[in-house]
Ligand binder design. Structure first.
Ligand code: SF4
Length: 348
């Protein structure tokens, strides 16, 4: 896939996998599917960073726990709660919208994107997000973050003219998967907010780093500022597993160099060497490439590529003295492991 650009057919599946593994899952508005809570969060998050919203959101919900409470409040009370968040037009629209929901919809948010879009202060993308997260509708979002991600990933130029906007929406809609819409939509939001940032995107952490046209663009590469003195090392970590028992192959690292003396998944410079070792350990049944993990050390960035290999049962190599061997996961976690390897094994 390298060099040909991102395959639109696999974009959603890759993003969903990344979201499940590396995305955000603990934000307060992600707990449950109450459209009121999702709507308030979506409006607050417009032009405001998540860490700021996290300071205001609980207080706002405590004061206005549901749409009826918000509709019944005086506008001044709403503005007071909004104080500090800025862009007060959002608070006014929030209040007006709550009243519309009560007057026109009996206090229940409508379920379709089109009906939601007819309410005060709810644009197409916000309406789509509510419809996806709360009502399992198949709709595309396209806020500023998503425009940036799709623009970079598919070489589109974001613009305010009608043709550019239409091209963006067409792209967003064409990428929609048939299933996993909430995870996919959250994945777009997470990637735009945490990895594909406006300046200095963390492409090393991106699931599309290998085939994103922005990353492969030679003109851009030539224009890019000279890299800092930091080195970046790609490491393949062989995660060999015994399917017949929960055992993982670990090796103790050299006393010198990175992670001296720690136990670790075997580290290789490329996949072919990792596979050669896996074959020597017991014959490869199948292999799963996990998303890369960036681990920053003081002087170097490690880009870890965990490669999980399930070996043929009953054909496993014996332990190799006290420097390498099979460990059951509980025992492995009691060893001195590098932090990212421990995290990986804990997650498994
Ligand atoms: S590789 Fe970089 S530019 Fe491309 S989508 Fe990922 S973070 Fe954005």
């Amino acid at each position: 896939m390298t060099g040909r650009g991102i395959d639109p057919a696999s974009f959603a599946a890759r993003l969903v996998r990344w979201q499940r593994d590396q995305g955000r899952h603990d934000l307060p508005w992600q707990q449950g599917r109450d459209p009121y809570r999702v709507w308030v969060s979506e409006i607050m998050l417009q032009q405001t960073r998540v860490d700021t919203v996290l300071r205001y959101y609980p207080r706002f919900l405590q004061r206005f726990p549901d749409v009826r409470a918000l509709a019944a409040a005086a506008l001044d009370e709403v503005l007071e709660q909004w104080s500090g968040l800025g862009y007060y037009r959002r608070a006014r629209n929030l209040h007006a919208c709550a009243r519309q929901v009560c007057l026109l919809h009996g206090g229940h948010f409508p379920r379709t994107r089109q009906e939601l879009e007819a309410l005060a202060g709810i644009g197409r993308s916000t309406a789509a997000a509510i419809a996806v997260f709360c009502f399992e509708q198949r709709e595309a979002i396209l806020d500023a973050n998503v425009q940036r991600v799709l623009g970079r990933a598919f070489g589109l130029r974001p613009g305010s003219d009608a043709a550019s906007r239409k091209a963006m929406w067409d792209c967003a809609e064409s990428l929609l998967p048939r299933q996993d819409l909430p995870a996919y939509t959250q994945g777009l939001m997470d990637l735009g907010a945490t990895v594909c940032k406006p300046t200095r995107p963390d492409c090393l952490l991106c699931p599309f780093a290998a085939d994103c046209p922005r990353e492969l663009d030679p003109v851009r590469a030539a224009r890019a500022p000279a890299p800092a003195a930091r080195r970046s090392l790609p490491w393949v970590l062989l995660w060999a597993r015994d399917p017949a028992r929960p055992a993982i192959w670990l090796q103790r690292r050299d006393a010198h160099g990175i992670w001296p003396g720690l136990w670790c998944l075997p580290q290789h410079d490329d996949e072919s060497r990792a596979l050669a070792q896996a074959r020597a350990l017991g014959g490869v049944l199948h292999c799963v490439r996990h998303d890369p993990v960036l681990h920053r050390l003081t002087h170097v960035d490690l880009l870890l590529h965990p490669m999980e290999v399930v070996l043929r049962p009953h054909a496993l190599a014996a332990d190799a003295g006290d420097g390498a061997g099979w460990f059951d996961p509980a025992r492995a976690l009691r060893l001195g492991l590098p932090a990212p390897v421990r995290k990986l094994l804990q997650r498994a």
